[in-house]
Design a protein. Sequence first.
Lengths: 222, 280
Amino acid sequence: MTIHFIKEVNLLKDMILELSGRVEDQLGRAVRSVMNRDVSAAQQVLEDDHAIDQNEVDVEEECLKILALYQPVAHDLRFIIAVLKINNDLERIGDLAVNIAERTLFLSSLPTATTSFDFPAMAMKSQMMVRQSLDALLRQDIDLAIRVREADDEVDEMNREMYEQIKQGIRKEPDRVDALIHLLSISRHLERVADHATNIAEDVIYMIKGEIVRHRPEPRLE
Amino acid sequence: MNNIPTSEFAVRRPPAVSVKTPRNPAQAGNGNQLMADSFSVYYGPFEAVKKVSCAFPVGEVTALIGPSGCGKSTFLRAINRMNDLIPSCHVKGLLYFGGKRIYGPKLDVTVLRRRIGMVFQKPNPFPKSIYDNVAYGPRLHASCSRRDLDERVETSLRKAALWDEVKDRLQANALGLSGGQQQRLCLARALAVNPEVLLMDEPTSALDPKATAAIEDLIDALRGAYTIIIVTHNMQQAARVSDLTAFLYEGSLIEVGATSQLFTNPKEKRTEDYITGRFG
């Protein structure tokens, strides 16, 4: 392949890495803002979202340019297509981080509910899935991508548990219903984050194997 | 571009016939099935095509790709015995068409070349009128009336999407046509003798993008009625026009498969390296 093409692909790799880093930071900050009721951190998440949106547009334009100019095939084509799709998932994770940060802003003005549930565990799991899916992309690690797919079921289960806990919390503390509904939203957003991490992992599998694994039961690791 | 109606949303059919060579090719040759069984072509001691085995599905378009000198044109020319004219050229192995051996002792080469037509890289019309170019083959192969001949010329020119452009000047010299028109005339000339197979050796490499698109549209329109084998250096063209793609390298058939699969997820590393431009 021409040196021009290799340069363009390397540029695209740098761009998607930059976007990945931004999205991970935003998600981490949004989660911390909830845990610490940190309004300024939440505000920061809202302010920084435009940079992610701009990165997403830049990555898409670069992908379109490469497709138009070089008409890549085989692994090169799968890489560009995977990046196009991962780009979209990353931008959506960025939006979910904003949604979570917005809940912090609402929660900060409300009395805290005494209902306890394991929010940090769910947040950590979702964040880890995002990190691992991006590591799988970076290292072209199919086993890691498969593990991310498997982890999605655990986050789904956590979300279901959270729903039950919040339902009980509302019965116990009906005057704190607003705060509890915001917490339920956060749980839902984290579950969606995990879904996007799963999409990224599936795109990594497609990129490496050329096989579309979406809507199929997960292949278990040996 | 041309007057052949083609749907923009036409569904590309998957190859209908297995690409594997059947155990007994002579028996398996259904109708005008073309297949190679451990087929080699030599120039003197040099083996230019090495033990190639594959079947070309009837009515499908197969693209032969590979770097220069990989033997794809030699293989294509061997199919209608064009290489017979090269003294040092000889073949080994078997090549079947409709269950009969192409290099069998009883085969009539003239009949073979009527059934297997060829279009070359550079348009090569005869220095005759447009009409005579197309009528040349039918006059040679069968005695037909003037009316039949007129009909054959018109049908062939229509199939080649050239009729509307030349119907008012059929007696004009073919060499006055543009390159793209000349190539479509050569295609009409090949179609005029009602072949079953069309061999195309880089048919658009000398044409501009518009004329190339016209030829590619034609290939699409002829799909189903003819078995087409096209040699091309243009990867995108192979991906656009063919149902199957065969990759040859240093005379050997490295990989053959559905075009959609071969260009997105090739099985062989050498195929991947070639189609992504990493060598060749």
